[in-house]
Design a protein around this ligand. Structure first.
Ligand code: BGC
Length: 714
């Protein structure tokens, strides 16, 4: 028995039944007046973990500032006054920033830059760990194809490969090599599984997912997080094809643990265990507790079902003590791994917040997607600019949803950022700019209009699904008015989701997609507007023409009639009343410079399946030349299409990418190593296969690239 197992057994053997159950009980921070009875519960060993927020949708509600003294006091009671002395694990939703707010995760994904994602989460962990936090409930790895879903902001969009890259980078950034390091915190991969597939984008709603889709689309990001060492997973609220995940042994034990190899503990989502009654699979609280624990759900978030019901269930034999012990072992293991017993208290240390702000700006810059540019950008710094729209002075929405600890007053708005950056006149017209003067005098006096538009942070996030993903009518009117002056019109959109583009993108001469990009996004946009930074973000999700085209995602299988009808060349055949191609496809984004791609080179176009299985890789490369006027980063994307397989395969699947800085007039040779894990797929039973036959390999600037070679697996 190794040391950690020995310690677990020693601790476990000294616990009463109630104390064991206490380790599985997570409760939220007590509100005023409840603190004393809460302390009593801690003293009695009834609290294993604390959720450091209040309310079922904590990302939408203002949360009080963290009181380190209060949490240290609770910890002192647990360590010194409770019989077992086991420290409490403190968890908070630090989703995309703490004091320094980084772009929403969907935007960070748009950076296609794992090093930067990892660095951002390292900064976030450093700030959070200095504020009593041991554990955060991120990354959210729910693949999602419906931008109406409010929680789209928290995830990585529609692609399993990109999601997997994000997952590993976020987990490494948060936990580091050793999660016991004082500046790191525990990550939590959530929501396992299928939450992003809720029908109609309706939050918490049911998901219908076949095992084939589950394996190929929904599990890879979780697998990647597990391989990167994630120690906790949150189960999802929803049901998958009729099985609530909360009570599903199939999803939580057979798939998560047995197939994906997860060895940490599973926490429920908020009050999810008791919701089994409303989901119609449990009659009462005791049934809920029995089903959830037996399914493999270790820790109960907030609803107190375990602490109230498990004792009797064990005494009556409905749940075995062995099952309980295993769950407790898993929780104790994580507490030991992070060194909580040795370092239970928060000792604040100074960190370099300026460096975090710089990183947040770099991340905001790389996540911004230039969607359109008819030559108007970048602007000369001396240009006279008409700055209009409801986001000229807006600060709060730039920070996005799930922003518990950032400071609005530390967030420059667009007016401040542009004033600081540009030397010409800024005619600022906050609001819609329409009421100030219907003749748009402000714009006639300017060289160019920069319209700062978008959606409020409060129409995104948990429990914030919308049925309309367009801009508000007055914003559309402003775009039309500005356009009618004949001046050049640049749009800057601060949104949490890819919005409906038809009737919006058409009316701009240039369009910058800035997302809810965090504390530094306005400064990043100003840098991009004047050319101090060159845009390099890429869409992590398809931007549709019309919301009625949802779902629309690139890695789709082709129908037999018509072929490839909605994401490709035969789009006219999809609907008879509208063109159903994506407005901006997955992987799309412009730069100020231009890149020219050479031919794809592959030394060996026939590869033996056996060699692949033995780990042999083959190299495939392409020259990319910067032929434009700026140094800039290009994201070179590699997709495959398995032409003939025993199951239908998507028309394209991202399998690799490289984001590289290429200076003006220089050529970069981009080399990919492709192997067994890139060429296959999962069968419905979870078996991974590479099949013999031809595989097309595409390399280009986005998923619509037609530059390809064909290789043969023999
Ligand atoms: C959300 C989780 C979150 C938890 C704690 C739930 O409602 O679905 O993502 O971590 O609340 O705030």
């Amino acid at each position: 028995m190794n040391d950690i197992n020995k310690r677990i057994e020693e601790i476990l053997s000294g616990l009463t039944l109630k104390e064991k159950i206490g380790q599985l009980n997570q409760q939220e921070t007590p509100v005023d007046g409840d603190a004393e009875s809460f302390k009593e519960q801690v003293r009695n060993g009834e609290i294993g973990s604390i959720l450091m927020s209040v309310g079922a949708t904590a990302g939408n509600d203002a949360q009080g500032a963290i009181s380190i003294d209060f949490y240290n006091e609770l910890q002192r009671i647990a360590v010194e006054e409770s019989r077992s002395g086991i420290p409490i694990l403190f968890g908070r939703d630090v989703i995309h920033g703490h004091r320094t707010v980084f772009p929403i995760p969907l935007a960070m994904t748009a950076s296609f830059n794992e090093e930067l994602i990892e660095r951002s989460y390292k900064d976030i962990a450093e700030e959070a760990s200095n504020d009593s936090i041991h554990w955060t409930f991120t990354p959210m790895l729910d693949l999602a194809r419906d931008p109406r879903w409010g929680r789209i902001i928290e995830g990585t969009g529609e692609d399993p490969y990109l999601g997997s890259k994000f997952a590993a980078a976020a987990v490494k950034g948060l936990q580091g090599e050793n999660p016991a390091d004082k500046n790191r915190i525990l990550a939590c991969a959530k929501h396992f599984v299928g939450y992003g597939a809720s029908e109609g984008g309706r939050d918490y709603h049911r998901a219908e997912i076949s095992d084939y889709s589950l394996n190929n689309y929904y599990l890879p990001a979780f697998k990647s997080a597990i391989d990167a060492g994630v120690k906790t997973v949150m189960s999802a609220f929803n049901d998958v094809s009729g099985q609530p995940v909360t009570s599903s042994k199939y999803y939580l034990t057979e798939i998560l643990r047995n197939r994906l190899g997860f060895d940490g503990f599973v926490v429920s989502d908020y009050d999810a265990i008791v919701q089994l009654i409303r989901q119609g699979v449990a009659e009462n609280d005791a049934d809920c507790a029995e089903l959830a624990l037996n399914a493999g759900l270790d820790m109960d978030m907030h609803d107190k079902i375990y602490i109230d019901k498990l004792e009797k269930l064990i005494e009556s034999g409905r749940v075995s003590e062995e099952t309980l012990d295993n769950a407790v072992r898993r929780v104790l293991r994580v507490k030991l791994i992070i060194g909580l017993f040795e370092n239970p208290y928060c000792k604040q240390e100074k960190y370099d917040i300026n460096k975090h702000r710089q990183d947040a700006k770099e991340m905001a810059c790389e996540s911004i997607v230039l969607l359109k540019n008819d030559g108007v950008l970048p602007l000369d710094k001396s240009a006279n600019i008409g700055l209009a729209g409801p986001f000229v002075y807006e600060k709060r929405s730039l920070l996005g949803s799930w922003m518990l600890d950032g400071k609005v007053e530390e967030t420059p708005n667009m007016y401040e950022a542009m004033k600081a950056k540009m030397s010409g006149t800024i005619h600022d017209v906050g609001g819609t700019g329409l009421s100030w003067d219907s003749s748009l005098k402000w714009l006639y006096n300017s060289d160019v209009a920069v319209l700062c538009l978008g959606e409020s942070w409060s129409s995104t996030g948990e429990h914030r699904a919308v049925s309309d993903i367009s801009l508000l009518p007055e914003q559309k009117l402003l775009i039309e008015k500005a356009k009618s002056t004949g001046k050049k019109v640049v749009g800057v959109l601060f949104c949490g989701r890819p919005i409906e583009m038809q009737g919006i993108a058409d009316n701009f001469d240039a369009l910058i997609y800035a997302w809810h990009g965090g504390s530094e996004v306005a400064n990043a946009v100003a840098d991009i507007i004047c050319g101090d930074a060159v845009p390099s973000g890429r869409m992590p999700m398809t931007a549709v023409r019309k919301a009625t085209h949802i779902p629309m995602y690139y890695n789709v299988t082709s129908s037999g009639r018509p072929v490839n009808c909605y994401y490709g060349e035969n789009a006219g055949e999809c609907y008879i009343d509208s063109l159903a191609t994506p407005y901006y496809p997955f992987g799309y984004g412009l730069s100020y410079t231009e890149f020219s791609y050479g031919d794809i080179k592959c030394e060996n176009k026939e590869i033996s399946l056996q060699d692949l299985k033995n780990g042999k890789k083959f190299s495939i490369s392409i020259d990319v030349k910067n032929i434009g006027g700026f140094n800039g980063k290009e994201t070179v994307q590699l997709y495959i299409h398995d032409k003939l397989a025993s199951m239908m395969r998507p028309i394209k699947e991202l399998k690799a990418y490289k984001k590289v800085l290429i200076n003006k007039n220089e050529t970069a040779n981009i080399d990919f190593e492709i192997g067994f894990e890139d060429l296959g797929f999962y069968m419905p039973n979870g078996e991974y296969v590479v099949e013999k036959g031809e595989i097309e390999i595409f390399i280009g600037e986005n998923c619509l690239t037609q530059r390809k070679i064909t290789i043969k697996v023999k």
